[in-house]
Design a protein around this ligand. Structure first.
Ligand SMILES: Cc1cc2nc3c(=O)[nH]c(=O)nc-3n(C[C@H](O)[C@H](O)[C@H](O)COP(=O)(O)OP(=O)(O)OC[C@H]3O[C@@H](n4cnc5c(N)ncnc54)[C@H](O)[C@@H]3O)c2cc1C
Ligand code: FES
Length: 306
């Protein structure tokens, strides 16, 4: 029997209707990133999973998809880290405690956290890729005994661009976190390694069968190089999860803006298993291992890595 039109209409309204949320705190993290702590006006918890995103609306300006960057166990409030990129995100940077915004979501598929229990976890973050991975890192840290090694590789353009510096210091001094930090453009004070995330990644020894990887590393070209390094280490494609970004409008699988061949990044992702990205024409261009380093033929769509 088909669904009552009134029920269907109310479900559609629910999906699209933002809930008012107020800013509890707005903290400048860098020249281009702000951390917003929000509370839903209806008193409910957001109820997000690690890797999910919300659509945040700035009244009179527009909406933007932003990953929830606080732990799912933080229930009274939630956090969003926003880089000033254009109209909406620049307007979000003007928010102060007490201001109101609209929130839809949480949307999308997050990381398979149950599958990660008992495994070594390798997190690879580049630049603004750290916020979608932070809830996962916090989940692992909060339940440390349930996981094997926790290895975090984080790369930023410069020391001034590093996000969540207090947490970085904590990870660096934690006995049971293997933390690798690298920047591309060091300043006079920088004493750490220089380069991109693949530099430390290359040196890390892992047991491929018991390691799960979660990565968000910025521009598609970086995904391509990270995938290459991981496959070189013998990691099965099923053990690699990437957080993808595409331009979005509806966030709920209706408009097609985020379409990647037969997948909608908003509902099928934004977290994708690497093996599910094989054979996607657009994805293959961005994801195939670099041929020069591989020293082999370019992979044909749908044929996997051989
Ligand atoms: C699932 C998902 C999660 C995201 N999480 C975060 C996050 O945690 N923090 C954060 O700062 N940003 C995040 N983004 C990116 C953010 O949504 C865009 O920066 C934002 O929509 C830009 O809107 P705007 O109106 O400010 O810019 P516009 O005025 O629309 O555009 C400004 C510039 O940003 C580019 N742009 C717009 N949207 C995107 C996009 N989706 N990806 C790449 N470039 C884009 C445009 O091409 C243009 O060059 C996420 C995007 C997605 C799809
Ligand atoms: S954003 Fe509309 S279908 Fe994904």
């Amino acid at each position: 029997m088909s669904e009552d039109p009134q029920i269907r209409a109310s479900k559609i309204v629910e999906t699209y209707q933002p809930v008012a949320a107020h800013i509890v705190q707005a903290t400048k993290l860098t020249d281009t990133e702000i951390l917003l702590e929000l509370r839903l006006g209806n008193g409910q918890s957001l109820g997000h999973g690690a890797g999910q995103f919300v659509q945040i609306s700035m009244f009179g300006v527009g909406e933007a998809p932003i990953s929830v960057c606080s732990s799912p166990t933080q229930t009274e409030t939630f956090e969003l880290c926003v880089r000033a990129a254009g109209n909406v995100t620049k307007a979000l940077h003007r928010l102060e405690a007490g201001d109101w915004v609209g929130i839809r979501g949480p949307y999308g598929h997050g990381f398979p956290v149950e599958e990660m229990v008992g495994k070594d976890i390798l997190i690879i973050a580049g630049g603004i890729g750290l916020p979608p991975l932070r809830p996962l890192i916090n989940l692992v840290l909060e339940n440390r005994e349930q996981y094997g090694r926790l290895i975090i590789v984080y790369g930023a353009r410069s020391p001034q661009d590093l996000l969540f510096t207090d947490e970085l210091n904590l990870w660096a001094t934690c006995d049971d976190v293997e933390f690798h930090l690298i920047v591309e453009e060091p300043d006079d004070k920088w004493q750490g390694p220089v380069g991109v995330v693949t530099v430390p990644l290359r040196k890390i020894d892992i047991e491929p069968a018991k390691t799960l990887v979660a990565a968000a590393v910025g521009p598609p070209v970086m995904y391509r190089f990270v995938a290459f390094e991981l496959l070189q280490k013998g990691l099965p494609e099923d053990n690699i999860y990437f957080s993808l970004e595409r331009r979005m409008k509806c966030g709920v699988g209706k408009c097609g803006h985020c379409q990647l061949n037969n997948l909608y990044v908003c509902v099928d992702g934004p977290i994708f298993c690497y093996s599910d990205l094989q054979g996607l024409e657009e994805a293959v261009e961005a994801w195939a291992p670099p041929t020069a380093e591989a020293g082999g033929k370019r992979r044909e769509p749908g044929k996997g890595h051989g």
